[in-house]
Design a protein around this ligand. Structure first.
Ligand code: ADP
Length: 488
């Protein structure tokens, strides 16, 4: 079958910029689509941290100092480019110092919407200058969700009259801006294109706009696709989703086993695999030393690597963890960045249980890998979880996940049955403290029986969530879309 011309847009792409799973997935998408033989390019903003870390970026001669009017503001942007590591994929960076320099990837500044309007419009202008005419623009999350509207209005003919796919990585982030920003969109009669209810409430919702105009919408697990279409986890988008003639397609994220496999993970102290688990104990010792936890024989260690956000279910631990730590003998190692309220909770816990609880605040790729490898158990009590990657990484590392029965957690972890010896982790249903206490207690009971634990670890490590399989589902989605006649 003919190769497709694909253009992927994302606000973060690994290995250049990452705050969460979006970056892992965007990076894996471009690499794996290329491996299937498609022509792939990708765009992301040029954040200052990326500029500093990647001196290899080259200016794109045909795309320098281009002017773009956003409302009353006149901006200039340029494109820089590099080959995506280990591939011939061109990745383009939108360089607009006035909007990106001196700031984090995401802000709460009043011009936040302009940062991503500019990015989206710059992608289209960049493609025009570069002569790129994709079959499909693949947008990701609210930051790029306005592109389908631009394609349908400003490029309803010509080389950029492409099909659009929008993937929801997290419906909780919608990029809502005041309706006074309508003039910033640069469209004729913008109000006629936007959701009337939102405008009545004084807002513009980029994610909703994308869900209305994209030719296909997908999300990152089948269960999350159902949850956001049917219930409160749709976070106000249910009616927009159900108004679409097609359904949201749920495609579980894959795992990049190039980066996340204990047999060759470059961050580990010792390598290990299902046939030789000896290295796991060595990583546990390194992890406990790195986090200044007491060395404690066979004491099980529970790990967490997480954004400190409400979504991640940390509220459930406020009661449950101190009580469990008093009743049972286990260690607890957490790496996280985000909300100070949750950081303060873990800091306090580490003070109350010195040598047994350690908290490291911040973003640390190397420690994240060591926690996956050195922990016995990995805790993800999420309130909701579109897909979640760490539970899948944990399985590969023989680190048994405790997860709540939601989203991609439900699709990737099967509750262990000690009688039949089937299952890969501990799955709890209710979003409350007794449920998480039950789950931790049950998992510690399994841990105490070495034969059961061995079975559980082997089951976990035998799971395969390779991208090589999941990427075929995206390819099928593109082909199906392209086989559908394009509306005029
Ligand atoms: P989300 O995108 O909601 O944060 P995911 O589970 O999809 O959740 O992806 C999180 C990714 O970010 C994983 O690769 C995880 O290892 C990584 N991560 C999260 N917090 C940190 C941190 N503080 N340090 C290093 N890596 C982190």
């Amino acid at each position: 079958m003919a190769a497709l011309q694909l253009c992927v847009l994302s606000s973060e792409i690994l290995p250049y910029a990452k705050t969460g799973g979006l970056a892992d997935v965007a990076g894996a998408l471009v690499r794996n689509l290329r491996l299937l033989g498609h022509e792939v390019c990708a765009f992301m903003p040029l954040y200052p941290a990326v500029r500093a870390a990647h001196p290899e970026l080259q200016p794109v001669a045909v795309a320098q100092q281009m002017a773009l009017q956003i409302g009353a503001m006149q901006y200039r942007f340029s494109l820089q480019t590099a080959a995506f590591p280990g591939t011939d994929i061109a990745i383009y960076f939108v360089d607009c110092p006035a909007l990106y320099d001196g700031r984090d990837f995401y802000t709460v500044d009043p011009d936040e919407h302009r940062r991503f309007i500019l990015f989206t419009r710059a992608v289209l202008e960049g493609c025009r200058r570069l002569g790129i005419a994709p079959d499909i623009f693949h947008c990701n999350d609210w930051h790029t969700a306005l592109l389908p509207l631009y394609v349908k209005t400003q490029h309803s003919s010509g080389p950029l009259r492409a099909r659009t796919v929008l993937t929801i990585h997290n419906i909780g982030y919608q990029g809502v801006m005041p309706s006074t920003a309508a003039a910033d969109l640069g469209l004729d009669a913008p109000e006629s294109r936007l959701d009337a209810d939102d405008l009545r409430h004084g807002v513009i919702n980029p994610l909703r706009t994308g869900l209305r105009y994209a030719d296909r919408v997908s999300t990152v697990s089948p269960t999350y696709a159902r949850e956001i279409s049917e219930g409160p986890l749709g976070m106000g988008m249910q009616s927009t989703l159900s108004a679409r003639p097609d359904r949201v397609v749920g495609i579980l994220n894959g795992v990049d086993y190039h980066d996340w496999d204990p047999r060759h993970d470059a961050y580990l102290t010792a390598h290990f695999g299902p046939a030789d688990l000896g290295g796991k104990r060595i990583n546990k010792e390194s992890l406990m030393a790195a986090m200044r936890l007491d060395p404690a024989g066979s004491r099980p260690l529970i790990g967490m690597v997480t954004r400190l956000a409400e979504q991640k279910g940390i509220d459930l631990l406020f009661d449950a963890l101190p009580a469990m730590l008093q009743q049972r003998d286990f260690g607890f190692a957490v790496l996280g960045s985000g909300d100070h309220r949750y950081a303060a909770f873990f800091e306090d816990l580490a003070r109350r249980f010195p040598g047994r609880v350690a908290f490291r605040s911040g973003y640390d790729e190397s420690l994240a890998h060591l926690i996956e490898a050195g922990s016995d158990i990995f805790l993800m009590p999420s309130r909701y979880e579109p897909c979640g990657l760490n539970q899948m990484y944990s399985l590969r590392y023989g680190t048994i996940p405790i997860v709540r029965n939601t989203g991609g957690l439900a699709d990737s972890v099967q509750h262990f049955n000690p009688d039949s010896g089937t299952g890969t982790g501990c799955v709890f249903n209710d979003y409350d403290s007794p449920a998480v206490r039950w789950a931790v207690g049950t998992t510690l009971d399994w841990y105490a029986v070495p034969k059961l634990w061995q079975t559980l670890m082997q089951n976990a490590m035998a799971q395969d969530f390779s991208w090589s399989r999941q990427i075929l589902k995206y390819e099928a989605l593109y082909r199906d879309l392209l086989a559908t006649p394009q509306a005029r």
